[in-house]
Design a protein around this ligand. Structure first.
Ligand SMILES: *[C@@H]1O[C@H](CO)[C@@H](O)[C@H](O)[C@H]1NC(C)=O
Length: 388
């Protein structure tokens, strides 16, 4: 039998639409071909959906990229005034479709600043819908474009080992889920702050020192301005990681951070005062730049002392004790884990030895031994039922 390509083709293609039928819709003709769009309605919808989805992807991506760039552009003069290297080579870096970051370095008091944008998944229609719906269902779940400024302090004894934060109340649940370090703190309201904010602090002494006026910086007054408050999510000072560590962190790997989180405003320059304040707070905590905690602004120029020396000796003692206890706990966990692992290993080795012994026996002996084990197990369950 010879291969008939025409026959094969006709088997593969669906029967052509009946052209003899009465048809008064739109029609395209080109030589022998006739295209009647009305007959391809479903395919048309499907194609339109695919095109819309792809267009959505590119438009969403573009919107996110321009949002991040716009924000950074309006803050770049401030970054340039603060850092010798305000941005990495190559500029604002995209990480995935909705995340961007900037790395800045070369400034007093801090070794670096990571600015991270976590924008809404505008490139992904389904994810965007899901996120929006989830925002309606879960009232504590706020959907917004987030910017995080993560300042890493230079190693300095002026910066205390403590956890402290001011958080917008509707952000509390969210931040508690993400930040184990905040479990160190107690949550209280503070009269110096607007009622929509709350303080998370280990000791009141820390809060008192940080909410004081330091030169140009008065956090309470700043955050009481509704235009600024609208974009504020949280600010935190921390010496602990975001997740509970599995072992005491080696001294060389410990670092202290000031972390500011913002909601991207529609006019990016609206967050300038907040970002400026974060730089000032860095200096206050580290005792740099002319004003520091514990020094009244009237007392003249020169470096401040920083937050740690300004705390009461009892506070410093208590902070130290909390951390010593944590390290002890972590060490104990580690020992316990090791012991459990060893016991498991021993049990596995014992089982293996028994199996090997069994394998060496003759078939009849093997059967006898298995029968004995079975009886033993049965007797055990029987005695248990008798007790009941
Ligand atoms: C930012 O800060 C946290 C402290 O919560 C730290 O653990 C983290 O590694 C820092 N760095 C970056 C790049 O996020």
């Amino acid at each position: 039998m010879s291969f008939n390509p025409l026959l094969a083709l006709s088997a593969l293609t669906p029967p052509p639409p009946d052209m003899t039928e009465e048809y008064d819709g739109l029609e395209f003709r080109w030589k022998m071909l006739t295209f009647r769009p009305a007959l391809f309605k479903i395919e048309g919808y499907f194609l339109a959906a695919v095109v819309a989805y792809i267009a959505f992807y590119f438009i969403g991506k573009q919107v996110n990229s321009s949002r991040a760039n716009k924000w950074f552009k309006s803050h770049s003069a401030l970054y340039e005034s603060q850092f010798t290297k305000p941005i990495q080579r190559g500029g604002l870096t995209q990480d995935g479709n909705s995340d961007f970051f900037v790395f800045s370095t070369g400034r007093r008091a801090i070794s670096c600043l990571h600015t991270t944008f976590t924008l809404r998944p505008r490139h992904d229609l389904f994810q965007l819908i899901y996120q929006t719906l989830w925002g309606f269902v879960e009232l504590d779940y706020k959907v917004y474009d987030e910017i995080e400024l993560n300042f890493t302090f230079k190693d300095s004894s002026s910066v205390p080992e403590c956890v402290w934060a001011i958080v917008a109340k509707d952000e509390l649940k969210n931040i508690r889920n993400k930040r184990w370090d905040l479990t160190f703190t107690k949550t209280t309201d503070n009269s110096a702050l607007p009622p929509s904010l709350t303080v998370m602090s280990e000791f009141a002494d820390i809060t008192e020192n940080l909410l004081k006026t330091h030169g140009p910086l008065a956090l309470g007054t700043l955050l009481s301005n509704p235009a600024i408050l609208a974009h504020f999510r949280s600010i935190s000072l921390t010496d602990q990681p975001r997740g509970r560590p599995y072992h005491p962190i080696p001294l060389a790997e410990r670092s202290k951070h000031l972390i500011l989180t913002l909601a991207v405003p529609s006019s990016p320059e609206e967050t300038l005062p907040l970002v400026k304040a974060a730089f000032q707070l860095v200096d206050v905590i580290a005792g740099e730049g002319g004003w520091g905690v514990g020094r009244s602004p009237a007392s003249g120029k020169g470096n401040g002392v920083g937050l740690n020396p300004s705390l009461r000796p009892e506070t410093r003692m208590k902070l130290k004790k909390v951390r010593e206890e944590l390290d002890k706990e972590l060490k104990e966990d580690l020992v316990k884990e090791k012991r459990e692992a060893q016991e498991e290993e021993k049990a596995a080795a014992k089982k293996k030895a028994e199996e090997e012994k069994l394998a060496k026996l003759s078939a009849a002996d093997q059967k006898k031994l298995m029968e004995r084990d079975r009886k033993r197990a049965m007797r055990k369950t029987q005695s248990k039922t008798k007790v009941r």
